[in-house]
Design a protein around this ligand. Structure first.
Ligand code: DDH
Length: 304
């Protein structure tokens, strides 16, 4: 049974959404957190909330905000994302009418733009599940220790193609790996709070060497001697790549897109924005007017 229209509030006005976006913008600056910004971890929250989608079974995706439940939130793949959810809690308190599922996805769109990235199309109306019965099983998110076959297995399941896999991977311009979350360590680019195509340029330009970390995890690293000059005499920065990142270089279908995005930032921004918008819509059923078709036992959602 579809939820009755009279149970649901009308869609927020553009001005109401603007207030939420402004509140997200205000919390991005976090001097004591990582590289001084909540932006990267907010982007990862949206990606992991949506990246569980399976097109065969039409399950998973950003609708429902299942990460509030242990079943999904406790997935080791989501380690550290409680920080992102905590950053947004104050916004949810100020604007209780927005669902978590909408807030998490909207926050990423705001963060990407604020960090210098493209405008990503976003549509609201997601609902929050009131229990964990529809939360997707664990194990649907990618494992950085693997290679190109694994990337295809994971992203084809969501309905993405090779070009979109490479474009989405460009999100690794942002943020860093934390040994206590994923086992990997370090950042991909020198300025991890500025969205750009630097990730692709460094993938191609640097001499990446395999390195085993003290915890036994293997990643690729490059000592960036130039960073000494830039920082004025600190010790050189070590940048990193995951084995999955490196597979974009070695795979004959992925590599041409790495090369194009390294050369053409505008093309990367255009393709990234389209793929990220698609990611955020996975599994969301809308009627012809664009309204989310609400299921039973959910909170939020709205009629037009
Ligand atoms: Fe990622 N990512 N990601 N990633 N990701 C990590 C961090 C961040 C993989 C593994 C990791 C995407 C794709 C992949 C972001 C965005 C996106 C970390 C480090 C690992 C590991 C986590 C930690 O230790 O804190 C793998 C594997 C893939 C893949 O197979 C393609 C995509 C598609 C996105 C996206 O947003 C579109 C962001 C942002 C971060 C930085 C988070 C932070 O806290 O900083």
């Amino acid at each position: 049974r579809a939820k009755m229209a009279q149970d649901t509030p009308s869609a927020p006005s553009a001005a109401q959404l603007e207030e939420v976006k402004a509140a997200v913008r205000e919390l991005l600056h976090q001097p004591d957190y990582d590289d001084g910004s909540a932006g990267p971890v907010l982007v990862r929250l949206a990606w992991h909330s949506a990246g569980t989608y399976c097109k065969e079974t039409d399950t998973g995706g950003s609708n429902g905000a299942g990460m509030r439940y242990e079943k999904e939130g406790g997935d080791p793949a989501n380690a550290g994302l409680a920080d992102a959810r905590a950053f947004l809690e104050s916004v949810k308190r100020r604007f209780p009418w927005i669902t978590y599922a909408d807030l998490w996805t909207l926050a990423a769109v705001v963060a990407i733009r604020e960090m210098g990235g493209p405008e990503v199309a976003w549509h609201g109306g997601r609902t929050d599940f009131m229990d964990d019965s529809r939360v997707p099983p664990r194990g649907r998110l990618p494992d950085g220790a693997q290679g190109a076959d694994h990337l295809r297995h994971i992203f084809y399941r969501m309905g993405f193609d090779d070009r979109e896999i490479v474009a989405l991977s460009g999100a690794h311009n942002l943020g860093r790996c934390h040994a206590d979350r994923s086992g990997f360590h370090g950042k991909w680019v020198n300025n991890p709070t500025r969205f750009s195509n630097q990730y692709f340029r460094l993938l191609l330009a640097n001499d990446w060497k395999r390195k085993k970390l003290p915890n036994g995890v293997e990643q690729f690293v490059h000592i960036d001697e130039d960073s000494v000059l830039e920082d004025g005499g600190d010790k050189p920065e070590e940048l990193m790549m995951l084995p999955t990142d490196m597979s974009l270089l070695s795979d004959p279908a992925f590599r041409p897109w790495v090369e194009r995005y390294a050369r053409d930032k505008d093309l990367f921004f255009e393709h990234f924005a389209a793929a990220f918008a698609k990611l955020l819509e996975l599994g969301i059923r809308r009627d012809s007017a664009g309204r989310v078709v609400n299921d039973e036992n959910v909170e939020g959602g709205y009629r037009s």
